[in-house]
Design a binder for this molecule. Structure first.
Ligand SMILES: *Cc1c(COP(=O)(O)O)cnc(C)c1O
Length: 414
C-alpha cells in the first residue's frame, strides 16, 4: 500500500497522485528527473513531533533537504534548524529561522564558518573536539562574544543501521567518548568566552528500532547528573535526529510518538530542555523522484531498465546500497519481471535498483522512486555534467516550482 509511505500518495483513476496532483502531468510539464514533495506530509510530521514532545525544541536537520521553501515550511511550524555548514546557516537565516533556534554540529567547522555563526548569535555550538573548543573560544574572544556550547558525546551504542550512517560508535569520527567527556567539559568550563549549556548526541540515521535511543538517552542522563554535580548548569539535552522511515514494503514507518515513548520516560526527571534534530523522518517520505524510461536492454541472463535519473540525482543506492521502492505512474496490468533499474551515468554503481521484481515497463513510461525527500536532491551532483533536477512542491491539489531545473549555461557560468 503506497499510503503507508505517505497518506497523500495514491492512485486515482489509475494514475499516481500526490496530494491530489497527478504526477504524470507534472512530469510532462516540467520534464524528468523531477523531485516532487508534499507540503502537507512535511507539516504533519512536524506537528507529530511537536505533539509527541511538548516543550521540546525541534530543529529540522537542514542537510536532509536544504530547499529554502522546505526550511521555511519547517520554520512556519515553529521548528528551528540543525545545521552542519555555513551554507546551511545562510539558507536557514534567509528562510527566516530565528538564530535562537539554530544549533550547529560538525567535526570540521572552519574559522570562517565559526565566525559567521558566532556573529549570527545562534543558540548553541555542538562541539566535537578539544581543538574546536580552543578555536571557538579564541574567535569568540576576538569578536567580543561569549558563545553557548554543548559537547557532542559518543555514547557508543549500535544504532543497527548502515555503517556509513552510524555516528555514535567508538570508532566514528564524531563527538568525544562519553566515558571521558568530563575532561572536555572541565576544559570548556575554564574557557572564558564559552558558556557550557548542553549535552549533544546523535547516534546515527535510519533507525527503525527505538531501543538504541533508550540506551543512548540513559547514558546521556547519567552523564547529565554527573555534570550537574560538578556544578555545570546544563540547560539543553540534544538527542539528535536519526528516526528512520519506511523504504522497503515490509518496513514500518515509525512515528515521533514511538520515539517519545522510548525517550520521555528516561529524561522525565531532567531539568533541561529537550532538543531533537529530525531530518529524514520529516521530509523522507514527503518526496518522490520521477524518472522516465529511456531504453530497455536484455543481455540474456540480465534485464535492464535504463532511466533518465542517475546516481548524480539520487546517490543513496550507490553509496549505501539503499533500497528505494519504484512504481510506475500508471497502474496498468503488467507482467512482473526481474530487472536492474539503472541510470545514464558512466559508472557501474549507477543504479536505482538491482534484481528488482517489478512490473514490466516500456520506453516512455514514467516511474516514481519513493522515499526520496531526504538525502536525495541534497546529495545530488553535476557528475557527467548533468544539470540538477527541478523540484516541485504540491499542496492540496495545487503545485509550484521550488527550484528550477539547471541549464548547461547556469552550470558553466562560474
Ligand atoms: C544528519 C544529522 C541529523 C539528522 O539525521 P536524520 O537521520 O536525517 O534525522 C541530526 N543531527 C546531526 C548532528 C546530524 O548530523
Amino acid at each position: 500500500m503506497l499510503t503507508e509511505y505517505s497518506k497523500y500518495l495514491e492512485y486515482k483513476k489509475g494514475e499516481l497522485c500526490l496530494e491530489g496532483v497527478q504526477l504524470k502531468a507534472l512530469a510532462e510539464e516540467f520534464g524528468t528527473p523531477l523531485y516532487v514533495y508534499s507540503a502537507s506530509h512535511i507539516r504533519d510530521r512536524l506537528v507529530a513531533y511537536k505533539e509527541a514532545f511538548p516543550g521540546a525544541l525541534i530543529c529540522y536537520a537542514v542537510k536532509a533537504n536544504f530547499n529554502p521553501h522546505i526550511i521555511a515550511l519547517a520554520k512556519d511550524e515553529g521548528a528551528g534548524a540543525d545545521i552542519v555548514s555555513g551554507g546551511e546557516l545562510y539558507a536557514s537565516l534567509k528562510a527566516g529561522v530565528e538564530p535562537s533556534k539554530i544549533v550547529y554540529a560538525g567535526v570540521g567547522k572552519t574559522a570562517k564558518e565559526l565566525e559567521y555563526a558566532i556573529s549570527s548569535d545562534i543558540l548553541m555550538f555542538n562541539v566535537e573536539s578539544f581543538m574546536e573548543l580552543d578555536i571557538l573560544n579564541e574567535i569568540a574572544g576576538r569578536l567580543g562574544k561569549r558563545v553557548r556550547v554543548a559537547i557532542r558525546v559518543n555514547p557508543d551504542v549500535d544504532p543497527k543501521t548502515h555503517p556509513y550512517i552510524s555516528t555514535g560508535m567508538k570508532k566514528s569520527k564524531f563527538g568525544v567518548d562519553i566515558k571521558t567527556a568530563k575532561k572536555e567539559y572541565e576544559y570548556a568550563g575554564k574557557l572564558k568566552n564559552l558558556k557550557v549549556v548542553g549535552i549533544h548526541c546523535h547516534i546515527g540515521s535510519q533507525i527503525l528500532d527505538v531501543s538504541p535511543y533508550i540506551e543512548a538517552a540513559q547514558k546521556v542522563v547519567e552523564f547529565y547528573h554527573e555534570l550537574v554535580k560538578l556544578g555545570f548548569e546544563i540547560e539543553y539535552i540534544d538527542l539528535g535526529g536519526g528516526l528512520g522511515i519506511k523504504y522497503k514494503p515490509e518496513q514500518s514507518n515509525p512515528e515521533p510518538s514511538d520515539l517519545a515513548e522510548a525517550i520521555i520516560p528516561v529524561i522525565k526527571d531532567v531539568k533541561a530542555k529537550l532538543i531533537l534534530e529530525p531530518g529524514r523522518s520529516v521530509v523522507g517520505n514527503a518526496g518522490i523522484l520521477l524518472t522516465q524510461v529511456q531504453f530497455l536492454k536484455d543481455k540474456g541472463h540480465k534485464h535492464f531498465v535504463i532511466v533518465d535519473a542517475g546516481m548524480n540525482d539520487l546517490v543513496r543506492p550507490a553509496m549505501y546500497e539503499a533500497y528505494h521502492h519504484i512504481v510506475p505512474l500508471d497502474r496498468r496490468e503488467r507482467p512482473y519481471i526481474k530487472t536492474d533499474v539503472v541510470g545514464p551515468v558512466c559508472e557501474t554503481g549507477d543504479f536505482l535498483a538491482l534484481d528488482r521484481e517489478m512490473p514490466a515497463v516500456e520506453r516512455g513510461d514514467y516511474l516514481a522512486v519513493l522515499s526520496t525527500g531526504a538525502y536525495g536532491f541534497a546529495m545530488s551532483s553535476h557528475y557527467n555534467l548533468r544539470p540538477r533536477a527541478c523540484e516541485v512542491m504540491v499542496e492540496a491539489g495545487s503545485y509550484k516550482v521550488i527550484r528550477e531545473r539547471e541549464s548547461y549555461q547556469e552550470i558553466l557560468r562560474l
